[in-house]
Design a protein around this ligand. Structure first.
Ligand SMILES: Cc1ncc(COP(=O)(O)O)c(C=O)c1O
Length: 390
């Protein structure tokens, strides 16, 4: 059997029709398959490769950490320099109320940690989430995702969860003294890059304050420069009580985090002690890689031209078959009439060396979330291919 057949035979499948590209090398904004074909990567591992694939600074940091130690102890017991350095760096770029970082293995684990922390801090039973939100695939995260098709087969899920309309002012009344937290994506990713108004975000913040409810913002896709600012919430004039990060946070290595105030976070250390335990969360190599990625993101000014690049994409992606383009930074959803049209365009793009895909809750939308380092020339080339495919 060849690699593809072995993949289909022995690697657990998540869909009947995986892309099944055999990528043998990645560099910057490009992927290369086993036949030497080059692809412009418009997906970036679904918003993971914000600083580009195999950034040299990230590779050097990984190599350096390999020579010191890999895993040495479950999270939180030892002073592990890569964790300390990265937590301090993150805190230095966050508001003072977000000064305590709990590193996890993944985005979903960060979501789980935040849900537990909100219940522990408020001692309340109820969580509000939103339609069309995606928060991960573990049972807690699945309980709050905003689409019945993905939830229903796995019931019973967590009790005490309700789903509301994202961006609705009427829903604010549903937040009460029983609500432990409201969990929202700062910009909804899988709904097809849906941004709320700043007025709504601020009203949501205010209602949470009035009712003593924690506001949890999931920036697992929206954070780390994707929207053109380091954190998505900066665009809306609010600060969450708990911030969720993942994906690009590890510079290509697995890493997530939930971040809150030291005071709140300390409740996971007391009553019960070890309120959240993770063996591999905050893996030293992942933290070293993430630290280097964040230094590169800021030091190499990768966010400064995100808005211009977004504008360039928007100016080029004009065609009667393109019904709408949603965007927020270097993050675009190109809407067609149906999934079938979109799928044909995606397949054609891949054939012509441009890698893209669709969104979980917007199957008619083509995904653009490339490394932030994508050049103007690559954007022009990618758009040419998309338009010819259309
Ligand atoms: C907004 C958002 N939250 C949470 C997650 C879950 O992250 P992970 O796949 O690392 O568990 C994802 C993953 O796609 C996501 O996009």
């Amino acid at each position: 059997m060849n690699q593809r057949e072995l993949f289909l035979r022995h690697v657990a499948q998540t869909s009947p029709a995986p892309l099944a590209l055999e990528i043998v090398k990645a560099e910057g904004t490009k992927l290369y398959d086993a036949k030497g074909k080059e692809y412009i990567d418009l997906i970036g591992g679904i918003s993971v490769a914000n600083t580009g694939h195999r950034h040299p600074g990230v590779l050097a940091a990984i190599r350096e950490q390999l020579d010191a130690y890999l895993h040495i102890m479950v999270y939180g017991e030892f002073v592990e320099t890569p964790q300390v350095k990265y937590a301090q760096l993150l805190a230095s770029y966050l508001p003072a109320s977000l000064d305590s970082v709990y590193f996890t293995n993944s985005g979903a684990e960060a979501v789980e940690g935040a849900m537990k922390l909100a219940k522990r801090v408020t001692n309340r039973p109820h969580i509000i989430a939103f339609n069309h939100s995606y928060h991960g695939s573990t049972q807690g995260a699945l309980s709050i995702i905003g689409d019945e098709y993905w939830r229903n087969a796995f019931r019973p899920l967590l009790p005490g969860i309700s789903h509301e309309k994202y961006g609705s002012f009427e829903m604010l009344e549903k937040i009460t003294a029983d609500t432990a937290c409201v969990i929202a994506e700062t910009v909804q990713a899988e709904g097809g890059v849906l941004a709320p108004s700043a007025e709504w975000m601020q009203a949501l913040r205010q209602r949470c304050d009035e009712t003593g409810t924690l506001l949890v913002l999931d920036e697992i896709q929206a954070g780390f420069g994707r929207t053109g600012t380091l954190w998505g919430f900066e665009n809306f004039g609010v600060t969450p009580d708990i911030l969720l990060l993942g994906k690009a946070l590890g510079g290509g290595m697995p890493l997530g985090a939930f971040i809150s105030s030291r005071e709140k976070m300390f409740q996971l250390a007391d009553g019960p002690v070890l309120g959240h335990i993770t063996t591999f969360g905050g893996h030293p190599v992942s933290c070293a890689a993430g630290y280097a990625a964040m230094k590169a993101l800021i030091g190499e000014e990768m966010m400064t031209d995100v808005k211009q690049k977004e504008a360039l994409f928007r100016s080029l992606l004009v065609h009667p078959s393109i019904k709408q383009v949603n965007s927020y930074g270097l993050w675009l959803a190109v809407l067609f009439d149906t999934f079938e049209t979109n799928k044909r365009v995606i397949d054609k793009c891949i054939e012509q060396g441009v890698l893209t895909d669709w969104f979980l809750f917007a199957a008619n939308a083509l995904r653009i979330s490339p490394p932030l380092t994508i050049s103007e020339e690559e954007i022009r080339r990618a758009c040419e291919v998309i338009l010819s495919a259309v």
